[in-house]
Every structure is written in structure tokens, then in C-alpha cells.
Design a protein around this ligand. Structure first.
Ligand SMILES: [Zn+2]
Length: 124
């Protein structure tokens, strides 16, 4: 039986409002971006798990845009506590106020009718 590819499974979960990443059953490390084989040990037994969604901003960039073009856009690399790095953005905060080391939590948002993963600042 043909099963859906890992990327489709990831986006299906997002569409259902859940962030899911993979965890290798052989070496117990978490895996992102979704794939069929563990990048750490090469095993092909990757199980889907729901991470805490908590993470830390690793780097942040602000692209300056005119308000008419949507205003400044912020892009961040975020390290989930599970040890995987994701490219996303931090919302509900001034783009220029996003700091490296800031604690954030994942949230599934809608953009142009498609689910996207964004992050919100977490106090403390
Ligand atoms: Zn592995």
C-alpha cells in the first residue's frame, strides 16, 4: 500500500491544527524537515510525535517593506526544545523586538488559505 510522503503528512497535520515532527526509533533523535530516513543514523523508522512547540530564536532577520507592501517582514530560525531547527517567523511582537535567545511557542496560523507554522513570544 502506498502511504503518503512525509511532507504531505506534515502538512496534513498542520491543516488539522497540529505541529508534528519525526522522531527516529533507532537513535531517538528528532528529525525536521520531514523525510523518510534519519539524517543522524540512516534508519528508516521515523515515527510522528507532537513536540511541546516551545523553542528559542536562533537568528532573526527583518526585511524592510513599505506598509503598502505588507510592512516589515520578520524571519527567524527557531530551535525547538526537541533539537530541530525551523525557519518561521515570530508574530504578536514588533519585528525589530525579536531577539536571539527569545523563548517562543509554535502556533498554526492560516495564510492565503493554507496552514503555516508561526511562533509567539513566551514570557519568561
Ligand atoms: Zn536515527
Amino acid at each position: 500500500m502506498q502511504t503518503a510522503g512525509p511532507q504531505k503528512q506534515y502538512f496534513d497535520a498542520l491543516a488539522a491544527g497540529a505541529l508534528k515532527i519525526q522522531r527516529c526509533e533507532a537513535c531517538s533523535r528528532h528529525v525536521f524537515y520531514p523525510r523518510v530516513q534519519c539524517p543522524h543514523c540512516g534508519a528508516d523508522r521515523l515515527a510522528w510525535v507532537q513536540p511541546t512547540g516551545l523553542g528559542t530564536v536562533y537568528s532573526t532577520t527583518v526585511f524592510r517593506r513599505k506598509p503598502a507592501d505588507g510592512g516589515d517582514q520578520q524571519i527567524a530560525l527557531i530551535d525547538l526544545d526537541e533539537g530541530v531547527r525551523m525557519m518561521s517567523r515570530v508574530e504578536n511582537v514588533d519585528p525589530a523586538a525579536v531577539r536571539i535567545g527569545m523563548r517562543v511557542k509554535a502556533r498554526v496560523a492560516q495564510q492565503d488559505g493554507a496552514p503555516v507554522l508561526v511562533f509567539d513570544p513566551v514570557e519568561g
